[in-house]
Design a protein around this ligand. Structure first.
Ligand code: CTP
Ligand code: MG
Length: 179
């Protein structure tokens, strides 16, 4: 049933998407790398702040816990939805933030300025981070929950939704570039 799997994909992606969007809203203040340079380039750049990382991770965790609480009420209407075990409520958002930071680290090593658009990296870095941290902390849950169809939906949907969210943030003046 592809409709059920599409719904499950969106459910799983919510705590993974929220962190970076919240980071854009609450970000600012001192950068995570404190201005540190590596071979003449910033380690991460001014676009990765402690406030954004922390705010985003907390928001994503709150969303995962909230979805767990809503699940019993929604399942009769929407069919089976995955429960996030406690470790996963943290692994998905923290992994997403770490993946985004890793993406900036790689961009700086490649000599790209803050805000430069790198198509595939920009859109999948946080999904890769969330998957890797969940694989480390809750491999059994990951393999049980993320079927090949769900994984395929996630990879196809993410760049699309990411693009839409960034255009909205750009129009609202929250982001300097629409990517
Ligand atoms: N942001 C933040 N802290 C984070 C992630 C994001 O404060 N950990 C905020 C910053 O204000 C950042 C904005 O969200 O400029 C957009 O995030 P992103 O597109 O990831 O950063 P860029 O500014 O494009 O920088 P980079 O080139 O490093 O991706
Ligand atoms: Mg960017």
């Amino acid at each position: 049933m592809w409709m059920a799997e599409l719904l499950i994909t969106m459910w799983l992606l919510l705590p993974t998407y929220i962190p970076n969007n919240v980071a854009v809203i609450v970000g600012g203040g001192p950068p995570l790398d404190r201005g540190l340079m590596l071979r003449g380039r910033r380690l991460l750049g001014d676009g990765k702040t402690a406030r954004g990382a922390l705010g985003g991770a907390v928001a994503g965790t709150v969303v995962a816990v909230g979805l767990n609480a809503l699940r019993p009420a929604l399942e009769p209407l929407m069919g089976p939805l995955p429960q996030f075990p406690p470790l996963v409520t943290v692994a998905l958002p923290v992994g997403a933030i770490m993946g985004d930071i890793m993406g900036s680290f790689l961009k700086r090593r490649g000599g790209f300025a803050r805000g430069a658009a790198i198509p595939v990296l920009d859109q999948l870095d946080f999904l890769i981070g969330a998957t890797v941290l969940t694989l480390i902390l809750a491999p059994g849950w990951l393999f049980r929950t993320v079927t090949p169809t769900v994984a395929l939906f996630a990879i196809v949907l993410t760049p699309l939704l990411h693009r839409i969210a960034n255009i909205v943030a750009f129009r609202l003046g929250l982001k300097q570039e629409p990517h």
